[in-house]
Design a protein around this ligand. Structure first.
Ligand code: NAD
Length: 290
């Protein structure tokens, strides 16, 4: 069956709409915090001038502004040493007016991402990447869940898409998306397959998924051969082809088969940013309770 325009609209998971809803509820909490004398604040550190990172940092700053969150941007040259960066993070750890610290990845190759992630105080780790917080995903008591996987769960919830007992396939096993998402879906009693570049016959495994999530960064990897009829497809990938942003999924090739799909742009990306803001406000509210 070929979809018409209204069929396509009904299949779209509108990440911008869900993000707007989250941001408006954050804004209300921010007003209350400010009335109690707390201005929620996030520090965003950018090292170097990676063009994609510059755009991501700008998007985060704009979202913070929309929510009334103070955003402090620290930009350092590529030549910053690992020790210097750790010292900067330490200053922010000790600053009572900062509630969230985010170091934009990737970092220049002379700086170890693992060391930097571990340098952030877990109580200000609004990205949810600190190993202590990652471990707490298993026991479902993390103070902050990683933004992209948590944003994906929020999308599924918004559209009432259950995962309990469903066959969920995740292509991509990174520490920031694929691995934590696998555990978070297991926590919801899904049957989860986690695939990577060395997995044999990715297409055959993917084509049995009720919910297929792709996070590889390989533009248009996923065509109709990877998708079961009626599947929900979540496209995390971001690639730039000739100046145009696209995802892992070849939207036009799969749209007739899916029941729901995230577009790129306008799908997972806005949710990632909204959850970051939510985590920052959660951290600030924790201050209120102290
Ligand atoms: P990564 O590069 O760290 O990991 C990619 C993973 O995909 C690896 O596990 C790799 O083995 C796997 N992979 C690559 N090609 C594959 C293939 N052909 N078959 C099976 N597995 C394959 O990536 P990441 O940091 O998780 O990011 C993945 C993509 O998601 C990137 O495009 C990134 O820009 C995007 N991203 C988007 C958001 C968002 O908010 N929308 C957030 C984070 C990452």
């Amino acid at each position: 069956m070929i979809c018409n325009n209204s069929d396509i609209q009904n299949k779209i998971i509108d990440g911008r709409l869900i993000a707007r809803n989250i941001e408006s509820s954050i804004s209300e909490k921010v007003i209350k915090l400010k009335q109690s004398g707390i201005v929620p604040a996030i520090a965003v550190i950018l090292v170097g001038e990676d063009p994609a990172s510059v755009v991501y940092v700008r998007n985060k700053e704009r979202a913070a502004q929309r929510c009334g969150i103070l955003s402090k941007k620290d930009i350092y040259p590529e030549s910053l040493t690992e020790k210097e960066l750790i010292n900067k993070i330490e200053e922010l750890n000790n600053d009572p007016l900062i509630h969230g610290i985010l170091v934009q990845l990737p970092l220049p190759s002379h700086i170890g991402e693992k060391k930097i992630t571990e340098a952030i105080n877990p109580s200000k780790d609004v990205d949810g990447f600190h190993p202590l917080n990652v471990g707490k995903i298993f026991t479902e008591n993390a103070p902050f869940y990683p933004c992209t996987p948590y944003g994906i769960l929020k999308m599924l919830d918004y559209y009432d898409i259950p995962v309990k007992g469903k066959n969920c396939v995740i292509i991509g096993q990174s520490n920031i998306v694929g691995k934590p998402l696998a555990v978070m879906l297991m926590n919801r009693l899904a049957a989860v397959s986690s695939l990577n570049i060395f997995t044999k016959d990715v297409k055959s495994i993917a084509s049995k998924a009720d919910v297929l999530i792709s996070a590889t960064g390989k533009a248009h990897l996923i065509d109709d051969g990877y998708v079961k009829d009626g599947a929900v497809v979540i496209d995390v990938g971001i690639a730039n082809i000739g100046g145009k942003i696209c995802g892992d999924v070849n939207f036009d090739k799969v749209i007739n088969k899916v029941s729901k799909i995230t577009p790129v742009p306008g799908g997972v990306g806005p949710l990632t940013v909204a959850v970051l803001m939510e985590n920052t406000v959660k951290s600030a509210m924790g201050r209120l309770q102290k």
